[in-house]
Design a binder for this molecule. Structure first.
Ligand code: AMP
Ligand code: MG
Length: 419
């Protein structure tokens, strides 16, 4: 049994991120949310694009208003109103000011903006009631970003802020890594699809749905391979088919020591290297991690995860070990590891034995101190076969190896599985 942290490090070491240019595609900016930038983007425009006003007010020459005060206002003649979106039509000469709005281009000659609140309008004149510091409320061209400098680095996950930057830089098409393809194989003679009648002893293949949803949420494309019976030939054929279609294969079931658990043997027969066969976590002890040798046309070996069949074990294994692997392989430059936070447990948590124990429940900010978290254990059975109370869980509390019990009110390490 490999300790969890060691298994995580081993898995990440087996993976090479997708690479530019081979694994890249151009997508429209509107379709780029959630994708990973494959090449660094350099902008061709200074930001701001020109000197502009940060306030509604008056563009002035600082030396004209350096002595202004409420007791001794300075009167300036108004040349024009410059709305946002239109360039100024004339320079501001000594003794003049231009009416300016937020975002409008600064007129030539003016170097400072006096905000409206410290002025008084008199027809075609404005009285300045306060001396501004020189250059106040002017955003200078290129002061946020200079054209030609790196703008967004390769490996960045594109969210709202990054897309805003790319839009502002006028990049209508962006190079992103292709989506990873993740095959999902459900093994077991007892499995049926949700729409099928359920004969006595049969079990609905829920793992396929859970895993496909998690794969998709991770930004990858699920390739559903369906249910495969516990027959070595059928399983070998399914793995061979998955191997030609996917970067990563997830199977569930068949990795224990039961009479019909063939996964490890078939992988060995197919020439795979088995790196991990079980990890010291509960739920989820049986976990096979293997690499399948390079098939024609594929530059990197296919990574294989043989997840346990129990629905909870399969999901916990996905969150703890598969998701980080997908993040790295998909080309993200960083942030692969799961996110852990400390929380105060609302119930006592039972541990014990040689395995790290993952208990599911809800993490929420404390009402009186929102920078700290509470963890509330899900009600009902914490059996690895019970997926009912897993619905709604957003975090897993971790009871370390060698701890028999974490009392209510103590601080526990919690893995965030949904934001
Ligand atoms: P196994 O690891 O194949 O021994 O499966 C362990 C348990 O998980 C058994 O009770 C299986 O019926 C159940 N199981 C296996 N695969 C699935 C699946 N795809 N969906 C739901 N339960 C499953
Ligand atoms: Mg089975």
């Amino acid at each position: 049994m490999v300790p969890a942290a060691e298994a995580e490090a081993k898995i990440l070491s087996l993976l090479t991120p997708l690479e530019a240019p081979g694994d890249t595609e151009m997508v429209a900016l509107a379709a780029a949310a959630g994708r990973i930038l494959a090449q660094p983007v350099t902008g061709g425009l200074d930001m701001p694009h020109w000197d502009n006003s940060a306030m509604d007010g008056y563009a002035v020459r600082h030396q004209d208003v350096a002595g202004a005060s409420a007791a001794c206002p300075v009167a300036l003649a108004i040349t024009e109103t410059i709305p946002a979106g239109k360039p100024p039509t004339q320079p501001v000469a000594p003794g003049q000011a231009a009416r300016i709005l937020t975002g409008s281009m600064m007129p030539e000659g003016a170097d400072t903006v006096v905000m409206q609140e410290v002025t008084q309008r008199r027809d075609n004149q404005v009285l300045i009631l306060e001396a501004p510091p020189p250059g106040q409320f002017v955003r200078h061209r290129g002061s946020f970003y200079r054209a030609g400098q790196p703008l967004i680095a390769a490996g960045t996950a594109l969210g709202g802020p990054e897309l805003a930057v790319l839009a502002a830089a006028q990049c209508p098409q962006v190079p992103v890594f292709r989506r990873l393809r993740v095959a999902i194989v459900s093994t077991g003679d007892e499995l049926v699809n949700p729409e099928d009648p359920l004969a006595p002893g049969q079990i609905v293949d829920s793992n396929q749905y859970a895993l496909a949803a998690l794969v998709q949420a991770a930004g990858a494309e699920p390739v559903r391979m369906g249910i495969v019976p516990d027959q070595p030939d059928a399983l070998a054929a399914a793995i061979q088919a998955a191997r030609t279609r996917a970067d990563v294969i997830l199977s569930s079931g068949g990795v224990s020591v039961g009479d019909f658990d063939y996964v490890d043997r078939i992988l060995t027969d197919l020439g795979a290297t088995l790196h991990i066969r079980s990890v010291a976590v509960r739920p989820g002890k049986p976990l096979t991690v293997a690499t399948l040798p390079t098939a024609a046309g594929q530059p990197f070996p296919v990574l294989y995860f043989g997840l346990p069949g129990n629905p909870v074990s399969a999901l916990v294994s996905f969150w703890r070990f598969v998701e980080p692997a997908l993040r790295k392989r998909s080309g993200r430059a960083e942030g692969w590891q799961p996110q852990f936070v400390e929380a105060v447990t609302q119930q006592s948590l039972k541990g014990g034995g040689p395995r790290e124990i993952y208990l599911w429940g809800r993490l929420s900010p404390q009402a009186e101190n929102p920078s700290r978290y509470d963890f509330a254990l899900a009600g009902g059975s914490h059996s690895s076969g019970n997926l009912v109370n897993l619905a709604g869980a957003n975090a897993l509390a971790v009871v370390p190896v060698g701890t028999d019990m974490l009392p209510q009110g103590s601080v526990v390490r919690v893995m965030v599985v949904r934001s």
